[in-house]
Design a protein around this ligand. Sequence first.
Ligand SMILES: [Zn+2]
Length: 183
Amino acid sequence: MTKKVEWDYIVPIKMPADLKGVEAGKLPDNLLRPVKGGGKLHWRAADAWGAMKAKATLDGLVLKPTSSGDLYRSYESQKTAFLQRYRLDPIPNASTKTFEGKTWYLRKGMAMLATPGKSNHNWGLAVDIHSASEFARMKWLVNNVKDFGWSWEVLSEPWHLRLVTGDKPTPAVIAWVESRKVA
Ligand SMILES: [Zn+2]
């Protein structure tokens, strides 16, 4: 019997139109917005993140990224992280990735990482949530992420959320953006 995972809400991603013609990990500054606490996100994701964080605060829950590098990642920073975790020298039974036409082997004890340019972090649309698996936090996330346009991407990463609503923010995000204009 397989144990049901709580965070099994995974829907296809819609990309914001202004990312067309842009290279992953090479977003121009006008598409990025600094996020409170450090790091940057695509402006659509920054709105959705701000709105969701505000709701979490109201509910008495601390919602923050694992680190400022776990929001938008430039191509170069993704490459640096990738090279720390993978090597060209073969490792028996290791998980592999293809990058720049070569096979790379995951070093022992390292977590898998998307190849540079292949992660939704490179589009500024993904956030890794600090202590996502803690019971109260996961329960809150399961009940709330959809309202703000987020979904999980893979079952193996309960901390990794990406914005899936493209240029159609949810009513809760629109309301939060409007409330900030008035204030
Ligand atoms: Zn992630």
